[in-house]
Design a protein around this ligand. Structure first.
Ligand code: GLU
Length: 546
C-alpha cells in the first residue's frame, strides 16, 4: 500500500506538514516545574459542580506553580453547542472567581497558543491525521450506519465485545483499488486509527489522583476524523494538549475507559504525554445513602444556582477546597486569616472514589465567611446581588446606604461575630423589619399571656422610652417596667418561684421584640431600637394589636 498516495487521495487540500504547525507553537517559556492546565468544556452553556471542582483543580495547579491556566472550547460536536454557550460558560466561571490567563474569550482569543476553539482548528487536526495515514497508522472506513449496526448485532448475538476491531474492522486492510472505487463514487468516509493493541496486554499507568492504575490495551480502531473532517474528542485533545503545552490534564473519571486509546494516540503522534488527573464524581447523601449528584434531582448540581442564590465567591472556593484536599480544613483551622491561595494544594490529597457534596456544610462555611466581612462589604455584595435579582430591594438599599450599613453592623467584629447570613438572598429577610416597606408581623405573643398584661407593658414602655439612654439604663428601664406590671425583674428570683409573677423580664423583652420587629428572634433589641429611631419604635408599639 502506498500510504503517501492514500494520504493525498484522502486529504488533497491539506498542504501543511506537522513541522509547519509545530513551528507555530514554540515551547512555553515558563519557570521550572510550572504547570500548564486547561478547562476544555463543550459550549453547552451548562456547567455543573463537577466542572467547578475540576476547574479549581486546574487553576490551583497552574497558579501555585507559576504556570498557565487556559480555556479551550471543544465545539466539534454540533449537538453539544448552544447559542451563547461560550459566553455563558465564561461568565458563569468568572462569577465564581475562576479566571483564565489565556484562551477563548467571548469574542475571540487571548494568548499565543490559539485558536482556542476547536472548530477553528480543522486544518491542524487534518495535518496530523494525514501524517498518520502516511505512516500507516490511520485508514479510511466507508462503512454505512447499517453496516456498522449489522456488525454490532452480530457481536451482541455472539456475546463479543462490540466495536470496530479484528475481523470486524473490514476496511483496515482494504486494498487501494477498493478505496479508490469508493472515493470515485463519492462515498463518505471516516478516518480510523489503526490500533496495534491487544486486550491480552495489561500495563500500569500512573494517574496523579488515582495513583497506579491497571490499564488494558485498546484494540478498537476508533474514529479520529469524522466524515466532515472534524475530529473526535480523542484525537483533538491529543493534538491540542500537545501544541498548547498542557502539562496536566484534569478531567472527569468517566474518561478513564478511553485512556488506553489516548495513550496509543500520543505514542503514534510522537507526542510526550501530559500527566493525567482523573477526578472522582460528586456524591450526595440522600436518606443516609451516598448517590451521584444529579441534574434532575439536585438544583445545586448546576453552577448557575450559586450565583442566583447569592453565595459569596470566597465561600464557594473555600468550600470546594475542603472537598478537594482532605487536609484543607485542618490548615484552615490553624490559619483562619490567611488567604486560601496560601494553602499548598496537591492532587495527592484528592478523593479517589467520590467526593461528598454537602450543602449544609457550604452554608456553614458561607456564614463564617460573611461573619468575617465588614458591614460595608456585606452591603456592597448584597446590593450587587439585588441589582441582578431583586430590583426593588436594591433601590431600598441604595436609598440610604448609611442606614443599611448600620443594620448590617449589628453583631459584627469582635471575637464572636453573629452568623445569621449564608446567602445574599437571605439579607432581605434578615433586614426586613428595619424597613416599613418590608415589615411584616411574623410571630405573635404566646397565648398563655393575658393580652391586657401585654398592652399594659407596651403602654409603660411608650411612656418611658428614652432613645438617648445608654444600654444599661435602657435595660434598667425594662426591669422597672417589668416590676410595675407584675413581671419579675430578676431571672434567679423568678425561677425560684415562677407562680408568684405574671412572667419575667425576659417575657417583657419578648413582648417588646415582637411589637417592634414582628419576630420572636432578632439581634440585640437595644441596638435594633437605636437604628430604627424613636419614631418607628413608638409607632410599631403603638400599632401593635393582636
Ligand atoms: N470536552 C470534554 C468535556 O466536555 C473535556 C474533557 C477534557 O477535559 O479533556 O467533557
Amino acid at each position: 500500500m502506498d500510504t503517501n498516495l492514500l494520504a493525498e487521495l484522502l486529504y488533497p487540500n491539506i498542504k501543511t506538514l506537522p513541522e509547519d504547525i509545530e513551528a507555530r507553537y514554540p515551547k512555553r517559556n515558563l519557570p521550572e516545574g510550572a504547570k500548564v492546565t486547561r478547562l476544555a468544556p463543550s459550549p453547552t452553556g451548562f456547567l455543573h459542580i463537577g466542572n467547578l471542582y475540576g476547574a479549581l483543580t486546574d487553576e490551583r495547579l497552574a497558579h501555585t506553580s507559576g504556570g498557565v491556566f487556559y480555556l479551550r472550547i471543544e465545539d466539534t460536536d454540533a449537538k453539544r453547542t448552544v447559542p451563547n454557550g461560550i459566553a455563558i460558560i465564561i461568565e458563569t466561571l468568572a462569577k465564581l472567581g475562576v479566571n483564565f490567563d489565556e484562551g477563548a474569550v467571548i469574542d475571540g482569543d487571548k494568548g499565543d497558543y490559539g485558536p482556542y476553539r476547536q472548530s477553528d482548528r480543522a486544518e491542524i487536526y487534518q495535518t496530523y491525521a494525514k501524517q498518520l495515514i502516511r505512516e500507516g497508522k490511520a485508514y479510511p472506513c466507508f462503512c454505512t450506519e447499517q453496516e456498522l449496526e449489522a456488525i454490532r448485532t452480530k457481536q451482541e448475538e455472539n456475546k463479543l465485545t462490540t466495536g470496530y476491531y479484528g475481523e470486524f474492522a473490514i476496511w483496515r486492510d482494504a486494498p487501494m483499488d477498493k478505496i479508490q472505487e469508493k472515493l470515485n463514487e463519492g462515498v463518505p468516509f471516516v478516518l480510523r486509527f489503526r490500533s496495534e493493541g491487544s486486550v491480552n496486554n495489561k500495563f500500569k499507568f500512573n494517574d496523579q489522583i488515582k495513583g497506579d492504575i491497571d490499564v488494558t490495551e485498546n484494540d478498537i480502531d476508533h474514529v479520529i476524523l469524522k466524515s466532515d473532517g472534524i475530529p473526535t474528542y480523542h484525537f483533538a485533545h491529543a493534538v491540542d494538549d500537545h501544541l498548547m503545552g498542557t502539562t496536566h490534564v484534569v478531567r472527569d473519571e468517566s474518561w478513564l475507559s478511553t485512556l488506553p486509546f489516548h495513550i496509543q494516540l500520543f505514542k503514534a503522534l510522537g507526542f510526550k504525554m501530559p500527566k493525567y488527573c482523573h477526578t472522582a464524581q460528586a456524591l450526595k447523601l440522600d436518606n443516609g445513602n451516598k448517590r451521584k449528584i444529579s441534574k434532575r434531582k439536585d438544583p445545586e448540581f448546576g453552577l448557575a444556582y450559586y450565583h442566583a442564590q447569592g453565595y459569596p465567591v470566597s465561600a464557594v472556593r473555600e468550600y470546594l477546597l475542603t472537598m478537594l484536599n482532605s487536609n484543607f480544613e485542618e490548615w484552615r483551622l490553624a490559619n483562619p486569616d490567611l488567604p486560601l491561595e496560601d494553602f499548598k494544594f496537591t492532587t495527592k490529597k484528592m478523593s479517589v472514589s467520590g467526593f461528598l457534596f454537602d450543602l449544609d456544610k457550604l452554608n456553614d462555611i458561607s456564614k463564617n465567611v460573611i461573619s468575617r466581612m465588614t458591614a460595608d462589604e456585606v452591603y456592597d455584595f448584597t446590593l450587587a446581588w439585588a441589582k441582578e435579582n431583586d430590583e426593588p430591594f436594591a433601590k431600598l438599599l441604595e436609598s440610604n446606604r448609611e442606614y443599611a450599613v448600620r443594620i448590617l453592623s449589628i453583631g459584627r467584629g469582635g471575637k464572636k461575630p453573629r452568623k445569621d447570613i449564608a446567602l445574599w438572598s437571605e439579607v432581605k429577610n434578615y433586614v426586613s423589619f428595619f424597613y416599613d416597606e418590608l415589615f411584616e408581623r411574623i410571630d405573635s405573643i404566646p397565648e398563655n399571656f393575658d393580652k391586657n398584661d401585654v398592652y399594659a407593658v407596651l403602654e409603660s414602655f411608650k411612656n418611658s422610652y428614652d432613645e438617648n439612654a445608654e444600654q444599661s439604663e435602657w435595660l434598667n428601664n425594662i426591669k422597672v417596667i417589668a416590676e410595675n406590671n407584675g413581671f419579675c425583674p430578676d431571672m434567679k428570683q423568678y425561677k425560684a418561684d415562677p407562680d408568684a409573677f405574671k412572667g419575667s423580664v425576659a417575657d417583657v423583652s419578648m413582648f417588646l421584640r415582637i411589637a417592634v420587629t414582628g419576630r420572636m428572634n432578632s439581634p440585640d433589641l437595644y441596638e435594633v431600637m437605636q437604628i430604627l429611631g424613636r419614631e418607628k419604635v413608638i409607632g410599631r408599639v403603638f400599632d401593635f394589636k393582636e
